[in-house]
Design a protein around this ligand. Structure first.
Ligand code: NAP
Length: 323
């Protein structure tokens, strides 16, 4: 089978598409013919050697996929050959096949295309986990989503609206702001931190209850300053690079909270709860409570370009690699 291989962590440009040995299926596992692989920040971090876990090279990046079950390991009864599933192998997803534990796969609702499904788990789980387990969002609260045209951002808009919040979004381009509005944002702001500081309060009728922050940098403080009494800012990521240093008086004022979100570690150590969270999300998709954006599909051979475009801020929504 073909796979995208990292021989020496460091440069995304050094990734190569290669013919590699077929994978063995052990008891309890299944082999999935990959129809699409979601492209995420964490995949780039693995390749650049910047993630806290450093796999031994050579390895294949790719943390989430959707595809069709092509082989069942001994003892697997929960799935059938031909089922369409989504899976989160962590690594190995940028390949024509993956092998994963059957218990960690979910059958896809018919409304979800393979490309959309491949980009679903990380962004949508992060959004729902943040709202339910970290900031305890209540219906009617006002949410501001930073990076609102990105993967986590669009998911946070759609899930926030489905949970009954009024959602505002900030993004850097007209195209990204249009995507945020299409996902259900009530109003959108320019993502430039200086402009944000001035415009959030006026544009959101007096302030925000919850900020979803996958961006970091100066936008974090600009948003924190606009949190109302009891407001919470969810620290999700630092896509812009700089990790902000926050004056703690801004947290003291108005009884605000800064809330850390580490969905990845939570999902790894709470498999059953993550399974339940994903079931809840897939039910929301199946019943139409959330609509999932179709990602931009790149041919599998364009893995380097896909990761570069993601890091270069050139993507609206998500990219899926299609073998
Ligand atoms: N904590 C968790 O559990 C968790 C889970 C999933 C993801 N994450 C993290 O969340 C972050 C965002 O992930 P994502 O999938 O939403 O990524 P994404 O689709 O690339 O979106 C990130 C957004 O950040 C904004 N941004 C601002 N400055 C940027 C810069 N210099 N370079 C790139 N983007 C910039 C961009 O929006 P504008 O152009 O509109 O500013 C972009 O749309 C990543 O750091 C990821 O590792 C964390």
């Amino acid at each position: 089978m073909r796979a995208i291989v990292c021989h020496t962590p460091g440069q995304i440009n050094d990734l190569v598409v290669e013919e590699v040995a077929d994978l063995m299926v052990r008891p309890g596992q299944i082999k999935v013919a990959v129809e699409a692989a979601g492209v995420n920040y964490v995949d780039a971090l693995f390749v650049e050697g910047r993630y806290q876990i450093k796999p031994n090279p050579p390895f294949t990046p790719g943390s989430e996929v959707a595809g069709v079950v092509m082989e069942l390991g001994e003892g697997v009864t929960s799935l059938n050959l031909g089922d369409r599933v989504l899976a989160s192998p962590g690594l190995g997803g940028f390949a024509e096949q993956v092998v994963v534990a059957a218990s960690a796969c979910s059958v896809l609702p018919a409304v979800l295309t393979s490309t959309a499904a491949a980009c679903f788990t990380q962004s949508y789980s992060t959004a729902l986990y943040t709202y339910l387990h970290r900031v305890n969002l209540k219906p009617g609260e006002r949410v501001l989503v930073l990076g609102g045209g990105g993967g986590v951002g669009l998911a946070a808009i759609r899930v926030g609206v489905a949970l009954g919040a009024t959602v505002y979004a900030a993004a850097s381009t007209e195209e990204k702001r249009a995507a945020a509005l299409a996902a259900g944002a009530t109003a959108v702001f320019d993502g430039d931190p200086e402009q944000l500081k001035q415009t959030i309060r006026a544009g959101s009728e007096g302030g925000i209850d919850v900020v979803i922050d996958p961006v970091g940098g100066p936008s974090t403080e600009a948003s924190l300053r606009n949190l109302r009494d009891g407001g919470r800012l969810a620290v999700i990521g630092f896509a812009s690079g700089p990790i902000p240093v926050i004056p703690s008086n801004l947290v003291l004022l108005r009884n605000r909270s800064l809330v850390g979100v580490d969905w990845g570690i939570w999902a790894m150590t709470n498999g059953e709860a993550q399974g339940e969270l994903l079931r809840q999300l897939l039910d929301m998709v199946a019943t139409g409570a959330i609509e999932v954006d179709e990602p931009t599909a790149y041919d599998f051979t364009r893995g380097v370009e896909a990761l570069s475009d993601l890091l270069g801020r050139n993507v609206v929504g998500k990219i899926a690699l299609v073998p």
